[in-house]
Design a protein around this ligand. Structure first.
Ligand SMILES: *Cc1c(COP(=O)(O)O)cnc(C)c1O
Length: 414
């Protein structure tokens, strides 16, 4: 070995010791640095990679080996995938251009005409559309069942059920499902359980450790954490991620940009700190809202009044997460919407936007934004009323967040 190789071996990250804890893995896991020894992971904005010879190029292409072309692999994206897999405790991870494209990749890899999917009816709006509308066109049938009633899942299982898809906690009502119980039921039916872990993130919840076969992410939310880039991921065993999704993403091309991967790598380094701080703030805001006379209901897993409070505390490291929703009652849907708009439009600090997981607090009207494309019947089934407001709690001082909400709450028209 040359002294140059020797030097590379000694550079940190090249070989991490065994048994490191989650916080350490979130900061340290990556491919080995280049010959320059950069301490922050390199950003490789390169579409193609120069090959040492025609024969070696042929060998790498034939075996789909790293690194040839950007749709096949990229070192910055590989670093992100390694870090994500380490944090979720799975063998592998594949990064995608958005959260929705992670679900698209999963469906393309696992489903064919005649297959059946069981999905909670409380999942993210576009997820419902992707299963029901887009994959419905290709002969995949999806049944939507209660987020929390396990008997409904059992009763709706069919011999051709391939996938159970759950999201917990859900957006925006923060309903929590029992991952371990669903995993057991899926496996008894010969199906896979996929959990959308966007809301809790691996900082609070590791679905694979509870039996989920695949963990899906919209990295756009907490992983970035500062509202900059879109991204997504699927984490799971090699026989799914490498062997099944690998060939599909190389062909279909929903790959993550290396720049976005680099931003997400930086986001993951502070994920656990942010989640803890934002969860604590969200709990304070939720408790405060529960006391407000204008508010008819607060949805937050950290509250004792939450129907799955104990399960959530067990499953999510004792934290409720950074997102809560609250309801303003109204005599009619139109009046409830007017009251919700008043509170939203009275804010001067919070962002009126349709993202979540940002260090900036974000206020949203789900019925006309994230769930606006659903039919009224689908929206009713999902429990998204016109008086509902979603709040993603950031890192501003909690008193400033409360004061900003109070501007509208204290001046509601009757
Ligand atoms: C945002 C979101 C998605 C979709 O992710 P994109 O990155 O916007 O494509 C899926 N699931 C949940 C829970 C989300 O919040």
């Amino acid at each position: 070995m040359s002294s140059h190789d020797d030097e590379l071996q000694r550079i940190a990250r090249a070989r991490l010791p065994e048994g490191l804890r989650a916080e350490t893995l979130a900061v340290r896991t990556a491919l080995a640095p280049s010959q320059h020894g950069e301490n922050s992971e390199g950003l490789f904005l390169s579409t193609s990679f120069v090959q040492p010879s025609a024969a070696e190029s042929a060998r790498r292409f034939a075996n789909s080996e790293d690194f040839t072309y950007g749709r096949t692999s990229n070192p910055t994206v590989r670093s992100l995938e390694a870090r994500l897999a380490a944090m979720e405790g799975t063998e592998a991870a594949v990064a995608t251009s958005s959260g929705m494209s992670a679900i698209l990749l999963m469906c393309m890899g696992l489903l064919k005409a005649g297959d059946h999917v069981l999905c909670s009816r409380s999942v993210f709006g576009s997820t419902i559309n992707l299963f029901a509308k887009e994959f419905g066109k290709f002969g995949v049938e999806t049944s939507f069942v209660s987020q929390t009633d396990l008997d409904e899942w059992r009763a709706a299982t069919q011999p051709n059920t391939r996938l159970f898809f759950a999201e917990t906690p859900t957006n925006p009502l923060t309903e929590v499902c029992d991952i371990a119980a669903l995993a057991e039921m899926a496996h008894a039916a010969g199906a896979l359980l996929v959990v959308d872990n966007t809301y809790a993130s691996p900082a609070l919840q590791r679905p694979a450790s509870l039996g989920a076969d695949l963990v899906m992410h919209s990295a756009t939310k907490f992983m970035d954490g500062q509202g900059r880039v879109m991204g997504g991921a699927l984490c799971g065993p090699n026989h799914l991620v490498r062997d099944i999704f690998g060939p599909v993403i190389r062909t279909a091309g929903m790959v993550l940009s290396p720049f976005n991967a680099w931003v997400l790598l930086k986001g993951l380094e502070t994920l656990s700190l942010r989640l803890k701080a934002q969860s604590e703030q969200a709990l304070a805001v939720a408790r405060w809202l529960e006391e407000r006379p204008e508010v008819s209901r607060v949805y937050y897993p950290g509250l004792r009044s939450h129907p799955q409070h104990e399960l959530a505390m067990r499953q999510q490291s004792g934290q409720g997460g950074a997102v809560l929703s609250f309801e303003l009652a109204g005599a009619s849907p139109e009046q409830a919407r007017a009251r919700a708009y008043h509170v939203i439009d009275s804010t001067r600090v919070l962002s009126i936007a349709t993202n979540l997981g940002d260090t900036k607090s974000i206020i949203t009207h789900p019925a006309t934004t994230s769930h606006g494309r659903l039919s009224e019947a689908q929206r009713q089934a999902a429990g998204i009323g016109q008086g509902l407001i979603r709040l993603s709690v950031g890192l501003e001082h909690v008193a400033d967040i409360q004061d900003d909400l109070l501007r509208g709450l204290s001046t509601l028209p009757n």
